[in-house]
Design a protein around this ligand. Structure first.
Ligand code: TXA
Ligand code: MG
Length: 316
């Protein structure tokens, strides 16, 4: 069998032409973004979208995010209102997904967004993905490049370890942020469907409106946030101050002793650093075949809220 790591492609001019060619021909491949690596395909092609759902083993009712280079591209497919424009000006490109209404005549294939009337759109902020999007005359659907319900990838090696020889992946180093984008619903009541680096306070300050965390809202929800998710598939116990030595202990801050079984998210108690290390530590712990993971309390402010959200989902 071919070495799986030979599926990692360097980003250079001649490969850019090859990447564009793969995407134009309804192919799919792993691409870096600033949040996590995505599994990319043409959002206007049913063939590409089908390949993505099948390779990820993702249920078809869980909609994908459509990624654009800029406003001009996006305005062809979706309705962009004043709220959207205010936030876009301040926070895009960046780790924020907007749920907006689809235009009639939009070229986005209905199956990309699970036949909903809304679409999740994002403008990623990573040099490589922006160079690729700029060259294309269609947007890219890009779910995280992992088998459904497993850990999101933050390096090209993580991606090939998920899909083995089935797909190629463009190397863009380690993802800068390390957890998925904030999902912000702008249809009806404005709400955060998936927390991330961008906080409701930031959105509130831009819109001067109250925002809810409505991940439990029955009316509008992100289907992808419902079930067990982001999971290393190991029993996980949260908010623990101590851990038996045979289990892995995910800690935060300087007050925990350094032991063979301890894995610190950030010794400096820096939440951004913790977000970046979360999935990395999940993968390391999984490779070491620990049977249980204990997790120390993590502060809930700023991106800490999103870290706690991912831990809660992983521990279900
Ligand atoms: O950071 C990210 O967003 C990464 C990178 C690759 O861009 N992508 C990502 O995609 O995390 P995915 O498919 O793993 O997560 C998309 C989330 C899911 O929870 C999905 O249910 C939600 O967005 N979503 C997408 N379209 C939606 C819609 N129309 N209404 C409600 N939720 C939607
Ligand atoms: Mg995902």
């Amino acid at each position: 069998m071919r070495n799986i790591y030979s599926n990692i492609i360097k980003f250079n001019l001649s490969n850019l032409t090859k990447i564009i060619d793969i995407l134009k021909k309804d192919g799919i491949l792993g691409l870096p973004t600033e949040t996590v690596y995505g599994l990319a395909g043409n959002a206007y092609s049913e063939k590409a979208i089908n390949k993505i759902y099948n390779s990820k083993r993702r249920v078809k009712k869980n909609p994908l995010i459509v990624h654009y280079y800029d406003l001009k591209q996006a305005s062809k497919d979706v309705i962009l209102d004043q709220n959207f424009l205010k936030i876009y000006k301040k926070l895009s490109p960046g780790p924020l997904t907007y749920i907006v209404k689809k235009k009639t005549g939009s070229k986005i294939k209905p199956m990309a967004s699970a036949n909903l009337k809304t679409v999740g759109i994002r403008f990623p902020n990573n040099k490589i993905i922006r160079k690729i999007l700029k060259k294309l005359d269609f947007p890219l659907v890009m779910p995280s490049a992992n088998i459904s319900a497993s850990i999101s990838p933050i390096s090209s090696r993580d991606v090939v370890e998920e899909f083995k020889n089935k797909i190629k992946v463009v190397d863009g180093g380690l993802s800068k942020i390390g957890i998925e984008s904030t999902v912000l619903n702008l249809v009806g009541n404005i709400s955060i469907l998936r927390p991330g680096l961008i906080t409701p306070e930031q959105i509130k300050n831009i819109l001067r409106k109250k925002i809810n965390f409505s991940t439990n809202n029955k009316i509008i929800k992100s289907p992808g946030t419902l079930k067990k998710h982001y999971s290393p598939n190991i029993k996980m116990l949260l908010n623990k101050k101590k851990c038996p030595e045979q289990y892995a202990f995910i800690t935060f801050g300087s007050k925990y002793p350094v032991t063979r079984n301890s894995f610190n998210l950030s010794k400096k108690s820096n939440l951004n650093e913790a977000a970046k290390n979360l999935y990395k530590l999940f993968r390391i712990i999984k490779k070491k075949k620990y049977k249980k993971i204990y997790v120390a309390p993590i502060p809930k402010n700023g991106v800490g809220y999103a870290i706690n959200d991912r831990l809660k989902h992983a521990a279900r």
